[in-house]
Design a protein around this ligand. Structure first.
Ligand SMILES: [Zn+2]
Length: 476
């Protein structure tokens, strides 16, 4: 008896300990994921919307019997419609997602779902890699040597945004659980639980539209098939009792809260204008290059040849080191890790800015490979240009790097930003009449879908409708 009791105590003690350890691991993972989100996507600066998101999230968290974490809610500066949670109670919503909900109830359903993933500590069983295509076909050893480890941290996070946690996927059963308990959470906080269903439908339509791919019912797919989820949500919702509590924002206030929100790409992080690429955040411009793809990130610009035999990563980082000192650091680490010595390592200048250049020639599986680092002291930060590819591409790489030029903010051309606009409809007006009256020419075909209205629907006087419009964006 005594022995059993001791065993029981021991098991209890160790299980408590194990649980505590695990939670601290969740929190640790969450912190790392937060840094990754902050660096790769960043947050959208809109204090009133951020505060609203926090209040809404906290209202849902208040319904958890025993919150495991201090929950935090963030508005991510990304155009892709997405909401995701990472371990440790951090929930992220992209501004692109906010194009879709028509009411607070719908948004509450999405956030409730994400809270359950982190609260129930759903394990991440699959991590999608999302590296720039070009790099994948380059020699594995080089990728590992130069882009992971200490140098990776210095030079090339854009390539590494593999983003384990950000792109994490859960099992189908965890998704079903998050739907079920998430809508229950929403109902307990006073929201209509079935509101998640139309939101999912719209999200699915947008994803299909963006990817030009129709969702297939796939047994192996990570996400349950949307129509199945909707059926399930509706079934569960019937049994739920909705708490008597009015929303933070009523329908019209909710829509006005989203008025002016940018839902397209952020011109601060790159745009193309008359065959020129501009990256205001980096203070760079360059000509577009035939045969090369490019992609923008908040602090970086990446280019890859179509043949995927050369890549260029341009990144800015806050670093107090001089360009020359940074070059020496990379040189030393490379020597230690690979035994490679540079073919060139010298101070230089880039459009009058202090710079340093470091080049390597090596081989990979019998093929000659060239690597060049250009490090520039630019705008009180370090600009790092890393070109890497097969030797026969070296001249092309140099040419492309040569297209890069500094540009002052005041010299940037005007860009556009795709924003949400909320306008009042007139009594008896159809969607197409509304479109005509407001002279909406672009994206007029999505207004019905965005507002869940078909062609035969006639608006009520003062009813608010959402639409989207390119509006001028100035860098002054
Ligand atoms: Zn989920």
């Amino acid at each position: 008896m005594k022995f059993k009791f001791l065993t029981f105590l021991f098991i209890l003690a160790s299980s408590i300990k194990a649980q505590q350890q695990d939670v601290s691991r969740d929190i640790e993972m969450g912190k790392r994921a937060y840094i990754e989100v902050a660096q790769t996507m960043g947050f959208y600066n809109n204090p009133s919307l951020e505060a609203y998101l926090r209040n809404l999230g906290n209202r849902l968290v208040a319904q958890l019997k025993q919150p495991l974490f201090n929950y935090e809610f963030y508005l991510v500066d990304a155009a892709e419609p997405n909401a995701f949670a990472v371990p440790g109670g951090k929930v992220f919503v992209t501004r692109g997602l906010l194009l879709l909900p028509m009411s607070e109830d719908e948004l509450a359903g999405v956030i409730g779902h994400e809270i359950i993933h982190t609260q129930n500590r759903h394990s991440i069983h699959q991590q999608k890699e999302n590296i720039l295509g070009g790099l994948l076909s380059l020699p594995g050893v080089l990728v590992t040597t130069f882009f992971r480890g200490p140098i990776g941290e210095i030079v090339a996070t854009p390539f590494l945004r593999a983003g384990g946690l950000i792109n994490s996927q859960y099992s189908q059963s965890h998704e079903t659980e998050a739907d079920k308990q998430g809508v229950a959470l929403a109902a307990a906080a006073g929201y209509q639980p079935q509101a998640l269903a139309p939101m999912l439908k719209r999200l699915n339509l947008e994803v299909e539209f963006l990817t030009q791919n129709k969702e297939k019912k796939d047994y192996f797919s990570s996400h349950p098939f949307t129509p199945d989820r909707i059926k399930n949500i509706n079934k569960i919702s019937e049994k739920l009792i909705v708490a008597k509590q009015s929303a933070l924002l009523q329908k019209n206030e909710f829509l006005y809260q989203l008025n002016g929100l940018s839902i397209g790409s952020n011109p601060e992080h790159g745009f193309v204008h008359q065959n020129k690429i501009y990256h205001p955040q980096l203070g760079l411009q360059m000509d577009t290059v035939e045969g090369w793809n490019f992609s923008f990130e908040r602090h970086s610009l990446s280019l890859a040849s179509n043949k995927q035999d050369a890549t260029i990563a341009i990144q800015m980082s806050a670093d107090s080191a001089s360009a020359f000192a940074m070059m020496k650091k990379i040189e030393n680490i490379t020597l230690k890790k690979t035994g490679l010595s540079p073919s060139r390592a010298e101070a230089s200048n880039w459009f009058g800015y202090k710079a340093a250049i470091l080049t390597y020639n090596t081989t990979e599986n019998g093929r000659a490979v060239a690597i060049q680092y250009t490090i520039v002291e630019y705008n009180n930060q370090l600009l790092k240009i890393v070109a890497m590819g097969y030797k026969e591409q070296e001249m092309v790489m140099n040419k492309v790097v040569g297209y890069l030029k500094p540009i002052q903010r005041k010299d940037l051309p005007q860009a556009t930003s795709l924003n949400i606009v909320v306008s009042e409809a007139k009594e008896g007006e159809s969607i197409s009449e509304f479109t005509k009256r407001l002279k909406i020419e672009k994206w007029n075909n999505v207004i019905g879908g965005l507002n869940d209205k078909n062609d035969s629907y006639l608006c009520k006087n003062g009813e608010l409708l959402k639409w989207i419009q390119y509006q001028p964006y100035s860098f002054q």
